[in-house]
Ligand binder design. Sequence first.
Ligand code: PMP
Length: 440
Amino acid sequence: MSNPAKPNTERLLKQSHNNMPMGVADNYRYWGEDNTVFVKSSKGCTITDADDQTFVDFRLAYGPIILGYRDSRVDQAVIEVITERGTMSGFSTDLDSEVVELVKSMCPNIEKMRFANSGTEAVLGAVRTARGFTGRNKIVVVEGGFHGLYDEMMWKSDVDNWDSQSAQPPEIAAFGVGIPEASREHLETVPLNDFAAIDEVFTRVGHDIAAIIIEPILGNCGSIASTPEYMQTLRSMCDSNGSLLIMDEVKTGFRVAKGGVQELYGIKADLTTYAKAMGNGYAVAAFGGRADVMDIISFNAKGVTHGGTYTANMIALSAAKATLTILNETDAYGTINNAGAAIQQVLSRVFTKHGIAHKFAGPDAMFGIHFGEAVPTNYRDWKETDSALYTEFAMNLIKHGVMLEPDSREPWFICEAHKDVDLAWLEAVADQSMAEAIAA
Ligand code: PMP
């Protein structure tokens, strides 16, 4: 570490190196010896680091914060449950059905649901349920999508190391070692919005496809959106082949609209996964969908097993209940979308001033920024954008007090508390950050 302005951060990172691999609790929190962030506190749309620098945060912990950090409406509900009822008992509570009914009122495609503790667990539950229901093995995934850190979902289309002039598709590579080769046996990978590719897969192995799992807007690839026609094609391919459509709305769910992307597109998934915005930063997740599909979960010999010690604990469910009630009953989405649109206008003015061709992708609550002439239509296209300039720009923003992931595959997340962002300040900081990036 060679950052004299950050003595506390330097000390904490040094200490952490003795205690955790890479000095962090999650690989993705390691941003190098000079840039790894230690957070002391958070409030609204800001976080404050160990050396008392406060940032306006557009990273929002990779998406869960939808109202704002330390939202007293949610926190009070959790405090009440902890102090009056307890955290968990390993038994059912009245909160279970209350939260499911709330979700059902917001997401009409959900008929039955089960809870989980993370997006990874929700995806695992949905995929297992789809296999159990169909009696099939294969899962189709989309390049640039991300579905969590369990073995089977830890294969990625390696666009970073792909020559875009090559006639060959990108290699499929594991996220590091320790992932058994056998875990990719039942995966098929297709590029987003590529009709021929999905047709080819169904023609070849349609009889054994249990499900397609897709982030309908690629929350892990710059908010590149599937076209409604593409989603409609997936829907009808699944219907005519007896396969299920799983929409992974871990990032988009309860963020882009009450009913997620399914509401925006008017397309129905058979199963949907949720996490992140569902609890405004408390660890809660869920998967659900068609009642006939979900009812395969049972103890009988042909049933799918699902459970977990911490599943539907009262901290998680009281947070979900409070968050979802606010999202359902107030105009939070109007506020979030207005803030997101205003922030994009500011940024667009700055990019234009500096002569940078740029496109925004995805919804206002979760938008990607791409430096180039066109909005990428899939992960391979994204490679054509100037992601290096984006990273340079982002690192400068961070230096000046705007927090975001310095990778254009991660969207800008907006929460209700961003309504108070000083747009003139943001414009000045973005202007300076871009000037520095161009000069570098
Ligand atoms: N699905 C999607 C779409 C995600 O973005 C993520 C996490 N970024 C996951 C699943 C996994 O969620 P978690 O980190 O809570 O396990």
